[in-house]
Design a protein around this ligand. Structure first.
Ligand code: ZN
Length: 376
């Protein structure tokens, strides 16, 4: 990650580059600001710049030297990552970030703009507490006693520093105050007010502002291939958060895919194509559980909308253009004889998915029942 890859934040970039060029880089820095403004990307770009052996005249990392290549893959021995984790069941020792480095790299390869929920889903926790705990702090101290393996800076990037518990914070205090030579801590926080005063007082704070609509719209066109009008609309609703903007874009993509698969399901059921229905079920079985549930919720909504469509009361219908076009031909198949049965089958499938029943069987079974229901 280079500074030039970070969306907007020109003022913060200039500030960081000035600290670097004047040799005033503090040993503990806190990037604070609202979620989705790009604090983690900034932290990663700064880390790579600190580790780079051949920075550009503009003050960015070169992205070509060995250090840059290792840093970009998050595989630099002097780059340490700390983020909230949880203790997997059955593990007696406290959990540390290093255990989740594989998932962390996967996430960052996808995008460095993501929130805590996305991260927790990736590491397989939904409702558990995640923390930066004292085992993490001890692990970090152990790693930092040894000298830098490459002879240059050693960088610690801590994501969501407000999730550090008191015990861990106390353990790190001394290190933050007097770190070994050449060590730079880069903390990021959405809610610095939740952090201990003793930690705050030992860091130099830099505030990052929300992104502008233009910056978000421009990035959406560049990275997600959105048309200017769509990009502008999404950017406006994102309220300065590129994370929110990406979630919007992904939701639109999901809806389009859900629509196609709903239509396919209805066609295959109507034509009694059992073999193809099995393949359809198999395709959905590859998805994550959350997406499977979201799809079934979408199908229930479509069934309801098509049922309502028959009453010719457009003010009661909430469909997009594509969905409404489909309803013109399809709505007559959803009637008072089958609407409850179909909805029940869809919600039953949703419950089975929730209860971890084999998704291929759930979807295939449901499809077979829909064949009968659709012809009523
Ligand atoms: Zn470099």
């Amino acid at each position: 990650m280079r500074f030039s890859d970070v969306i907007g934040q020109d003022e913060v970039k200039r500030q960081l580059q000035r600290l670097l060029s004047e040799g005033r880089m503090p040993h503990a820095l806190l990037l604070a600001g609202p979620e989705g403004c790009g604090k983690l990307p900034l932290a990663l770009a700064l880390a790579q710049r600190l580790l780079c052996s051949n920075p550009t005249p503009e003050g960015d990392s070169c992205n070509e030297c060995k250090s840059c290549r290792m840093a970009a893959k998050l595989a630099h021995p002097d780059l340490h990552m700390v983020f909230p984790v949880f203790k997997p069941s059955g593990q007696s020792a406290g959990a540390v970030s290093d255990q989740f480095l594989k998932q962390w790299r996967e996430q960052l390869a996808e995008t460095p703009y993501f929130d805590r929920n996305t991260w927790l889903q990736r590491i397989g926790v939904e409702n558990q507490q995640s923390l930066i705990n004292v085992s993490e702090a001890k692990n970090l101290l152990n790693k930092l006693v040894s000298v830098s393996s490459q002879g240059g800076y050693r960088v610690v990037v801590m994501w969501l520093a407000e999730q550090m518990n008191t015990e861990a914070a106390n353990k790190l205090l001394k290190m933050l105050e007097e770190p070994p030579a050449g060590t730079v801590f880069i903390l990021t926080a959405n809610h610095p007010e939740q952090m201990l005063g003793t930690i705050l007082s030992r860091t130099q704070r830099i505030d990052c502002k929300p992104l502008t609509d233009e910056q978000i719209a421009c990035a959406l066109q560049q990275h997600c291939g959105l048309q200017p009008d769509d990009a502008q609309a999404v950017a406006h609703a994102a309220e300065g958060s590129y994370i929110k903007a990406l979630q919007q874009v992904n939701m639109h993509a999901d809806t389009a895919q859900f629509f196609d698969l709903f239509v396919l399901l209805m066609r295959l059921c109507y034509m009694r194509k059992v073999k193809e229905l099995y393949q359809w079920a198999d395709q959905l079985a590859q998805w994550g559980r959350e997406k499977q549930k979201a799809f079934l919720a979408y199908c229930q909504r479509m069934v309801r909308e098509n049922f309502v469509y028959n009453f010719h009361r457009p003010e009661l219908n909430y469909m997009n253009r594509t969905e409404a076009d489909f309803a013109v031909r399809f709505a007559r198949f959803i009637n008072e004889r089958n609407v409850i049965g179909i909805t029940d089958e869809l919600s039953l499938a949703q419950r089975d998915i929730e209860a971890n029943v084999n998704p291929r069987m759930v979807f295939f079974d449901m499809a077979l029942k829909l064949i009968v229901l659709l012809l009523q």
